[in-house]
Write a protein that binds this ligand. Structure first.
Ligand code: NAD
Length: 508
């Protein structure tokens, strides 16, 4: 079908219809992007930052309108659109406005003694055209944050928002026009896998993908044929470990927020809840009480919005049913009204169940207990994923010690989800959760060509290591090697090195 429909998950109404991009249009967009890059890369960082600011001001001028667009296309409650899509986007723009100039300054590096007179540094240039492919769960921030980072580093962008949330693609196009970005610097293409495939075949300089593990693998496979570097921000199965000394009331609230925010459709949702045995009963009782108080619905005073796609509802239902069949206990009933999926607590889960091993991406908290912190760590690490994790204890020193033992890209102690919103902290997963980091200075460097530069003033006609070789040179180099590797007093060593350097210089 040529037409892509944006559907409101709550009403089922068609919000808007868009033309899917033809593969030839995608190719043209990349060619156009490459052309625009030639000018964009020459613009000073200061000027690039002014464009970022114009984008930020445009968002600030339309807060309610943009939050409503996000909510209508995803079914999430308005507060979550504002807090989890719009707010982080603004935070990251401000962060890169403030820091890009400094981050992209050449960085001095050491030069070894043997490379006498040399000067070393790393410089940062833009890569070129970046292809960004984003998902539907936080369609605005997961498109906008990589986009503005790529722009700040001096790249041009061709972006494909999720086919489930095409209004976001259209919104990005509008923002770029209204913010006055030069033509071709950001281009939006619409559609699904054909469009992604055409985008990769047009050979952008990097692909930045956020989405599921299975799609990530397909994209990496196709990109590998052209050796296009890929950054993959994929799914998670995040553990929350609650130790017996934790502030239980806070941990209950945290589990509920971590498991059910955005109706559980968060890559870093709490998807496995591990409770130390001695507090489990009290914890579960309190959790059930609090979950029953949550408001489910589309209003401003509701906590849990709709799920975005019916496929996702079926997937979550299937995982719950299979877990129950294998012995898990439902602590809250399964209740689905249209796309509103009431939060589910499951106890007596085991690692034999898919609900503890595969991403759920819905409002479910499956619970297991453990005896010792070591057992909690072992259970948390027993996963194919490694995106985020949380540890709950009043002993934050112990929490930090446990954090070092978890195989994960990101950890929080006594909180959930928030770490992804810290612009200065690099974010990304390990194992099946992805490859690469963005956010922070690392985010900018990952959209840059890092060139290592070594400078020699070029005064001497020859270098010691150049031709001709001789027995004398061999002996001199051997002495240099020995002196460099001897463990001795630094002053003595310095003197010896100067002596041998002089001897070698004479051989030139
Ligand atoms: P998805 O993989 O289905 O789709 C992501 C993007 O890829 C969309 O733009 C989609 O149109 C495109 N796509 C889908 N199938 C494709 C194919 N066969 N070939 C090429 N492109 C294809 O993911 P989703 O359902 O949109 O998003 C949910 C997933 O994203 C979850 O697994 C979630 O954990 C993950 N996610 C990860 C992060 C992170 O930062 N690590 C953040 C948000 C979401």
């Amino acid at each position: 079908m040529e037409i892509l429909q944006a559907i409101n998950p709550i009403t089922g109404d068609v919000i808007e219809e868009y033309q899917r991009s033809h593969p030839e249009e995608v190719t043209k967009a990349v060619i156009n992007s490459r052309r625009s890059f030639e000018n964009w890369k020459k613009i000073s960082i200061d000027k690039r930052i002014k464009y970022l600011k114009a984008i930020r001001n445009n968002i600030m001028d339309h807060l309610d309108e943009y939050a409503t667009i996000v909510s209508e296309d995803t079914g999430k409650v308005l507060t979550e659109s504002l807090m989890s899509d719009i707010l982080p986007t603004l935070e990251f723009i401000r962060y890169y406005e403030k820091n890009t100039e400094n981050f992209l300054k050449p960085k001095k590096r050491d030069t070894p003694f043997g490379f006498q007179g040399g000067k070393s540094s790393i410089t940062y240039q833009p890569l070129g055209v970046i292809g960004i492919i984003s998902p539907w769960n936080f369609p605005f921030q997961l498109s906008m944050i990589p986009l503005i980072t790529a722009l700040a580093a001096g790249n041009t962008v061709v972006i494909k928002a999720s086919n489930e949330t095409p209004t976001i693609g259209a919104l990005i196009e509008r923002i770029m026009i209204e913010a006055g970005l030069p033509q071709g610097v950001v281009q939006v293409v619409q559609g699904g896998r054909d469009v992604v495939s055409a985008l990769i075949e047009a050979k952008p300089n990097k692909i930045f993908f956020t989405g599921s593990v299975s799609t990530g693998k397909k994209i990496m496979e196709q990109a590998s044929k052209h050796l296009i570097p890929v950054e993959l921000e994929l799914g998670g199965k995040d553990p929350m470990i609650v130790l017996k000394d934790a502030n239980i009331d806070r941990a209950v609230e945290g589990a509920m927020y971590g498991g059910f925010a955005n109706t559980g459709q968060v890559c870093i949702s709490v998807e496995r809840l591990y409770l130390q045995e001695s507090i489990a009963e009290e914890f579960i009782k309190k959790l059930k009480y609090r979950v029953n108080k949550l408001n489910i619905g589309p209003g401003k005073n509701d906590d849990i919005g709709a799920m975005t796609t019916s496929d996702q509802i079926l997937h979550v239902q299937k995982q719950i049913h299979n877990a129950v069949k294998m012995g898990a206990r439902l602590e809250t009933p399964i209740k689905i009204e249209k796309n509103f999926f009431h939060p589910v607590i499951l106890t007596e889960a085991t690692h034999d169940m898919e609900i503890m091993t595969e991403e759920t991406f819905g409002p479910v908290l499956p619970i297991m207990t453990f005896q010792t912190p070591e057992e909690g760590i072992r259970l948390a690490n027993d996963s194919d994923y490694g995106l985020n994790a949380s540890i709950w204890t009043k002993d934050t020193k112990l929490g930090e010690k446990i954090a070092k033992e978890l195989i994960t890209g990101n950890v929080m102690i006594n909180d959930v989800l928030k770490n992804v919103g810290n612009p200065d902290l690099p974010f990304g997963g390990t194992k099946n959760s992805g490859i690469g980091k963005y956010h922070g200075p690392e985010g900018l460097y990952n959209f840059s060509l890092e060139t290592s530069v070594m400078v020699n003033k070029g005064k001497n006609n020859k270098e010691v290591n150049w031709f001709p070789y001789s027995e004398e040179k061999y002996e001199g180099l051997k002495e240099l090697l020995k002196t460099l590797n001897e463990d001795q007093n630094i002053i003595k060593k310095g003197g010896a090195l100067l002596k041998v350097a002089k001897r070698l210089k004479k051989m030139n």
